[in-house]
Ligand binder design. Structure first.
Ligand SMILES: Cc1ncc(COP(=O)(O)O)c(C=O)c1O
Length: 394
């Protein structure tokens, strides 16, 4: 068969097969990016589905409108306004099938073959793949501990000029590094970007998984020009299986997303949207998030402790202040895929860092999830991984 050119850009067969091994039932897997399944509020979810079916069964089992269930869009707007002191309305919200769909639609909306997309490096593999499919050239911009480096960004914009249509960033507890941009860098970035006709795709998947007391303000809250497209999701704070997420963008941009959304899948599941709205308004969503954040923080602490005890000093890392991941660096020249092969033999999995750089630009890092495994399993898995790492680096 003659496949589309874009398919040649999407292959990472080796990683996909390694990741399949990582999902084996007896594996201690630090590779996933999900919340801990034991925290899913199954009883509340069950009750809200029953309520939805009792009260509006026919509508819930039909198609939704392409923009999404209006009360859910209102609930999301209200929540963003309360959390971030914004004045968003439902007219700026469209519901998507996971934020993964929002990323894909963004490629469809903004990108023609040969356009340039800037992204902070390293970055979420799923987004890079979704955007690559639109045959863009992906150009990495380095970050420091406060966020994307403005000088480097300026240099990239000077170099690629009008070819740049989009910049993709994850300012909150980023996947894979868990770094979080400072408030000052957020402001500086939005102000700087307002000089250009470049859409800013803000992926806020981890925004509410903050271990400190306050949430950082999203980029979109600083945006007076209307160029930031905010992607929110319930996958990390609630559960990924419902596939409910949203885009918040100024009305004209949102209307364009709507054209695409209706042709891609007609609508997101009506029953899932209604369930989510019922849950948001009748159950304790804030309390649920508080509970999971506290659990992840304690698992992060345990993870740090096991690393201090079992890993060699030549492995470096930053302590994550939110999110789901720990980002470890092996000494330069070492390859974490080699380490993964050794770890898989002993039934422990993680994601090698090269996967988060297009062209595998750097290979000595690794992403380890700390939300998804029980305390005993963290201790067992990290003790094994520490030993294997020590032997590998010897
Ligand atoms: C940064 C980031 N964005 C988006 C997604 C996709 O999430 P969703 O389940 O909402 O499609 C993920 C999933 O891991 C992610 O890490």
């Amino acid at each position: 068969m003659r496949f589309a050119h874009r398919m040649s850009r999407l292959e990472d067969k080796e990683l996909l097969s390694l990741m399949e091994l990582a999902e084996a039932p007896d594996m201690i897997s630090f590779s996933g990016g999900f919340p801990s399944p034991e925290t899913y509020p199954i009883q509340d979810i069950k009750e809200s589905f029953v309520k939805v079916l009792d009260e509006a069964g026919k509508e819930a089992l039909s198609y939704s409108s392409a923009s999404g269930f209006t009360p859910l869009r209102e609930s999301i707007a209200d929540r963003m306004n309360r959390l971030f002191n914004m004045t968003v309305t439902k007219d700026e919200i469209i519901i998507t099938g996971g934020s993964q769909q929002a990323l894909d639609l963004s490629g469809m909306l903004f990108i023609d073959e040969g356009d340039v997309i800037l992204f902070e490096t390293p970055s979420y593999l799923g987004a890079l793949n979704a955007l690559k499919a639109y045959e863009a050239e992906l150009v990495a911009v380095p970050t420091d501990k406060d966020g994307i480096e403005i000088e480097a960004l300026k240099a990239a914009i000077d170099k690629y000029g009008d070819r740049i249509k989009l910049i993709y960033v994850i300012p909150d507890y980023q996947n894979p590094t868990s770094r979080c941009w400072s408030n000052q860098r957020r402001r500086e970035f939005v102000e700087f970007m307002s000089n250009y006709e470049i859409a800013v795709l803000e992926d806020a998947a981890y925004a509410e998984l903050a271990f400190g007391d306050t949430l950082k303000k999203p980029l979109i809250s600083f945006d007076h020009k209307g160029q930031v497209v905010y992607c929110g999701t319930f996958s990390k704070t609630f559960c990924p299986g419902l596939r409910v997420a949203w885009i918040c963008a100024q009305k004209d941009i949102k209307e364009k997303y709507l054209l695409l959304k209706s042709s891609v899948d007609l609508s997101t599941s009506a029953i899932a949207q209604r369930q989510m709205d019922y849950y948001m308004n009748h159950c304790d969503y804030d309390g649920h998030i508080k509970k999971i954040v506290s659990l992840y923080k304690s698992r992060r602490d345990l993870m740090m402790q096991t690393i201090a005890e079992h890993f060699p000093d030549t492995v470096s890392y930053e302590v994550p202040e939110g999110g789901l991941f720990l980002w470890l660096s092996l000494p330069e020249g070492k390859n974490s895929r080699e380490l993964l092969l050794l770890a898989l033999k002993e039934k422990v999995a993680f994601v090698p860092g090269g996967s988060f750089y297009p062209e595998n630009a750097k290979n000595n890092e690794m992403r380890i999830n700390f939300s998804n495994m029980s305390e005993e399993t963290i201790i067992k898995g990290m003790t094994i991984l520490g030993r294997i790492t020590t032997e590998y680096l010897r």
